[in-house]
Ligand binder design. Structure first.
Ligand code: ATP
Ligand code: MG
Length: 267
C-alpha cells in the first residue's frame, strides 16, 4: 500500500492507495502526534509526505518516509483526478484555497506557482470568529448559506444610484463597504455577517485567479482545497465571479485531497 499525506496548516489529509482504490482520511493539524502514531502502525506501506507541516510530522514518525514539494504533489493529484473528467485542455490554473490561497499554472509537463493571496479558508475562520464568535467550520458554512449580503457589502448599483453603471450593478463595489448607522449594527445577524465573509473570500480568490489566468493565457481555473467542503455559498460566489470575468471554473470531487493523492503516487 502507498500512503500519501498532505499535512497543511489546518488539516492533515491522508490517502491510502492500493489495488482496491483510494481511501480518504482527514484530521485537524493539531492532531499531528496522533496521525504520526497511526501511520507508524502501517508496517508494510510506503509513505510519502508533503505540505507545510510535513517535516514536523516526519520528525514524529518512527519510520522512514519520503517527502515531496507540496506544489508538485498537488499538480500530480490534479492530473490524477482530471483523468476522470471530460477535460482536454493541456494548460490551466489551479487555485488551492487552503488556509491561505496558492495559485499555480499547470501544463502536462510542469507546474509553476505564480502567486497567491493571504485571503483563504483561514480568513473565513478568523473573520467568522472575530465577527460572530463562532469557531466551528460546519456551523459557519451552514449559517452563511442563510445570510444575505445586501446590508454589509456595497454594490456598484448603490454607488451609481439609479444611473446606468458602466459595469454590472450587481458586482460588489466594496466588500463590507456598506456603512450602516451605528444604531443598526446590532441588528446584523450572524447569517448576514458570515455570508459577507464568504463573499469577500470567494470574490478575492476568483478575481485573483482570473487575472492570473489572463497573465498565463489560459481560461480554465480548477479550484481545490478544503474551504469548499459543504460550502456551496463559496462555490457559487467563485463560479459567478470567475465566469463573469471570462474564466471557466471547475471543481474536482475530493479536490481537497490532491496533495495527498500526489504524494501517494510517489515511487
Ligand atoms: P495550507 O495548504 O494553506 O497549509 P491546509 O492544507 O490545511 O492549509 P485545507 O485543508 O485545504 O488547507 O483547507 C483548510 C480550510 O478548510 C480551513 O481554513 C477552513 O476554512 C476549511 N475547513 C473545512 N473543513 C474544516 C474543518 N473540519 N475544520 C477546520 N477547517 C475546515
Ligand atoms: Mg494545503
Amino acid at each position: 500500500m502507498n500512503i500519501g499525506i498532505d499535512a497543511g496548516g489546518t488539516l492533515i489529509k491522508v490517502v491510502c492507495r492500493n489495488r482496491g482504490g483510494l481511501k480518504y482520511h482527514k484530521f485537524p493539524s493539531v492532531q499531528l502526534d496522533y496521525v504520526a502514531s497511526w501511520i507508524n502502525g502501517f508496517d508494510e506501506a510506503q509513505v510519502c509526505v508533503t505540505g507545510g507541516k510535513a517535516a514536523l510530522l516526519k520528525s514524529k514518525m518512527k519510520r522512514s518516509a519520503a517527502e515531496i514539494v507540496e506544489f508538485e504533489a498537488t499538480s500530480q493529484g490534479v492530473r490524477y483526478f482530471l483523468a476522470d473528467h471530460d477535460f482536454t485542455e493541456d494548460a490551466y490554473l489551479v487555485t488551492n484555497v487552503g488556509t491561505g490561497t496558492s495559485i499555480h499554472h499547470v501544463t502536462d509537463r510542469h507546474q509553476k506557482r505564480i502567486g497567491g493571496t493571504g485571503v483563504g479558508g483561514g480568513t473565513m475562520m478568523g473573520l467568522a470568529q472575530l465577527l460572530t464568535g463562532i469557531t466551528d467550520y460546519e456551523q459557519i458554512v451552514r449559517l452563511a448559506a442563510k445570510g444575505a449580503r445586501d446590508r454589509i457589502d456595497l454594490k456598484v448599483s448603490h454607488i451609481y444610484e439609479g444611473a446606468e453603471p458602466p459595469i454590472p450593478g450587481d458586482l460588489t463595489a466594496s466588500n463590507f463597504g456598506h456603512l450602516l448607522p451605528s444604531a443598526s449594527l446590532a441588528s446584523l445577524s450572524q447569517e448576514e455577517l458570515l455570508a459577507a465573509v464568504i463573499g469577500l473570500v470567494g470574490e478575492t480568490v476568483a478575481t485573483t485567479s482570473v487575472l492570473a489566468a489572463g497573465q498565463c493565457g489560459v481560461s480554465s481555473v480548477i479550484f481545490i482545497g478544503s474551504s469548499f467542503l459543504r460550502n456551496n455559498l463559496l462555490k457559487e460566489v467563485v463560479i459567478r465571479y470567475t465566469k463573469l470575468r471570462g474564466g471557466n471554473p471547475l471543481f474536482l470531487r475530493n479536490g481537497e485531497y490532491c496533495g495527498a493523492v500526489g504524494a501517494s503516487l510517489y515511487e
